[in-house]
Design a binder for this molecule. Structure first.
Ligand code: CUA
Length: 326
């Protein structure tokens, strides 16, 4: 019976380890796979901590092994008293103080370096909403949501705010997490060193849909970034479905530049170019968009987006309009 208990424990441990490792697939952004100077410095700190923690673990396990083998010993028929105060002073106080001091200095130095002023940064304003990201580029006069485009090689200064609860902005491969705290503007500076799509995630529990508060950062070559800015700012041609969108309840909450001016939900200008719907809850396909519009709470329970009363034809027209006829 006892052996079976241990086998069950071992089985579960193996299974959960396998599940953890499987979670680290290609799709999962890792802070140990940095793609910019800020994230590289943070990864360096992680490795320093791992090395120190390993040394401590090996030393402690070694002492436990020695104690097990040697036993406590006796003095005049009684268990001997512990009298080696020097060992406790060195191993229990001096060594931990040195290790923690090294980590504290390294952390402060790295934090200072990666929050230093940058030359000519691209300014992006990010506001944490429940449960999505409002994104603005004040110089380029672009408003969007849940997807940042940044040029490779240019520092990006993200100004972070929230007017509701605390969120945390984290792009593991590009920058450490920074909280968005109501009444306390924060910022983070990072540079992407390679073109690509980087996953970001809200890293502070912020309510029922915290887990579905994702975003992506698309690092473009500078020419591609300029093209994205141009595409975004160009006046949209009147498209099929525009009048349905304009006269639906959607218009009350969502802006499409030059068409509607709602402000409660994400700006939907150029929505068709985005990779996901509802802050990463679903890939952006016409079928998923239809499901999101007709039954948002089946996708994201607790979302502030209400189901919109529309006929099938109206939904078709609006899906067509938003996804740009994809
Ligand atoms: Cu926003 Cu968690």
């Amino acid at each position: 019976m006892k052996t079976r208990g241990w086998r069950t424990v071992a089985g579960w441990s193996l299974a959960s380890t396998a599940a953890l490792v499987a979670g680290c697939g290609d799709d999962s952004p890792s802070a140990l796979d940095p793609s910019g100077p800020s994230a590289s410095r943070v990864a360096g700190l992680w490795w320093l901590m791992l090395v120190l923690a390993t040394l401590v673990a090996v030393a402690v396990l070694g002492f436990i092994g020695v104690a097990l083998v040697r036993g406590r010993g006796t003095e005049g028929g009684r268990p001997s008293r512990i009298t080696d105060n020097g060992f406790i002073l060195v191993g229990g106080i001096a060594v931990p103080v040195v290790i923690l001091a090294v980590l504290a200095v390294a952390t402060v130095v790295v934090t200072n370096d990666i929050t230093d002023e940058a030359d000519d940064p691209l300014i992006v304003e990010v506001t944490g909403e429940r449960w999505w990201w409002r994104v603005g580029y004040p110089e380029q006069e672009i408003d969007t949501a849940n997807e940042l485009h940044v040029p490779v090689g240019r520092p990006v200064e993200v100004r972070l705010e929230s007017d509701n609860v605390v969120h945390s902005f984290w792009i593991p491969q590009l920058a450490p997490k920074v909280d968005l705290i109501p009444g306390q503007p924060n910022r983070i500076i990072f540079t992407a060193s390679a073109a690509g799509t980087y996953r970001g995630q809200c890293a502070e529990f912020c309510g029922i849909q915290h887990a579905n508060m994702n975003f992506v950062v698309v690092a473009d070559e500078p020419a591609d970034f300029d093209r994205w800015v141009e595409d975004h700012r160009s006046e949209p041609a009147t498209a099929r479905g525009e009048s349905e969108f304009r006269s639906s309840a959607c218009a009350g909450c969502h802006t499409v530049e030059g068409v509607t001016t709602g402000d409660r939900g994400p700006d939907l200008t150029d929505f068709g170019s985005r990779q996901t719907i509802a802050a990463g809850a679903l890939p952006n396909t016409p079928e998923n968009l239809r499901r999101w519009i007709t039954d948002p709470h089946s996708v994201k329970p607790g979302s502030l987006m209400p189901p919109v009363p529309l006929t099938d034809d109206e939904v078709d027209a609006i899906v067509d309009y938003l996804d740009g006829g994809r």
